[in-house]
Design a binder for this molecule. Structure first.
Ligand code: SF4
Length: 181
């Protein structure tokens, strides 16, 4: 049987999606309250420190920590002078230090991420347009009623629109826009 191998360039372009899938599948924080990894707006350093230490402990035993750290670095999480979050067992200033240290590699990775997202956004937008304009009468058959086809179509449109919204929000946040316009 012939196997198709991914080229190194293709592997680099799909790395972000692979990292996200790894984190989604195995993170220790899945299902837990995400607030545990973030300092509240008015929280004192004394209040945050024990919560921060406990988040770091949880991350320490997380099987997907390396992938989580890579994603956090690619996302630009963490600032030198803001101790307000934990990702992959690192505080914001620690993440910023690692990002500085790996600046060249991360700049290339961020460009690839943007390319990959752009292509994905294009694909999803075309699929969304197609799904939204499909005629449910034509999808209905002997066992599927028009109402069932319409419901399935609505679900597909909602799902695709959600994915498009998520990518756009991420891109806008990265560009410094707080809320999707
Ligand atoms: S390393 Fe920490 S923040 Fe990252 S997925 Fe695991 S538990 Fe969550």
């Amino acid at each position: 049987m012939r196997t198709t191998r991914m080229t190194p360039a293709q592997a680099r372009r799909t790395r972000r999606a692979v990292l996200q899938a790894v984190v989604d599948a195995g993170s220790r924080c899945a299902g837990l309250n995400a607030d545990a990894w973030f300092r509240a707006d008015d929280e004192t350093a004394d209040g945050w420190q024990p919560r921060r230490d406990s988040a770091i402990r949880l991350c320490t035993g997380c099987p997907v920590r390396a992938a989580c750290e890579e994603l956090a670095l690619r996302n630009g999480d963490g600032e030198h002078d803001a101790d307000e979050l934990v990702r992959a067992g690192l505080t914001g200033p620690e993440l910023a230090a690692v990002r500085d240290h790996q600046a060249d590699r991360l700049a290339v990775a961020a460009d690839l991420d943007r390319d990959t997202e752009g292509r994905r956004l294009d694909e999803l937008t075309v699929k969304l347009r197609f799904a939204a304009t499909k005629n449910p009468d034509k999808s209905a058959g002997a066992v599927r009623t028009v109402a069932a086809s319409q419901a399935a179509q609505n679900a597909e449109v909602r799902n695709l629109a959600g994915q498009v919204r998520e990518i756009r929000t991420t891109r806008r946040a990265r560009a410094g826009w707080e809320v999707a316009a």
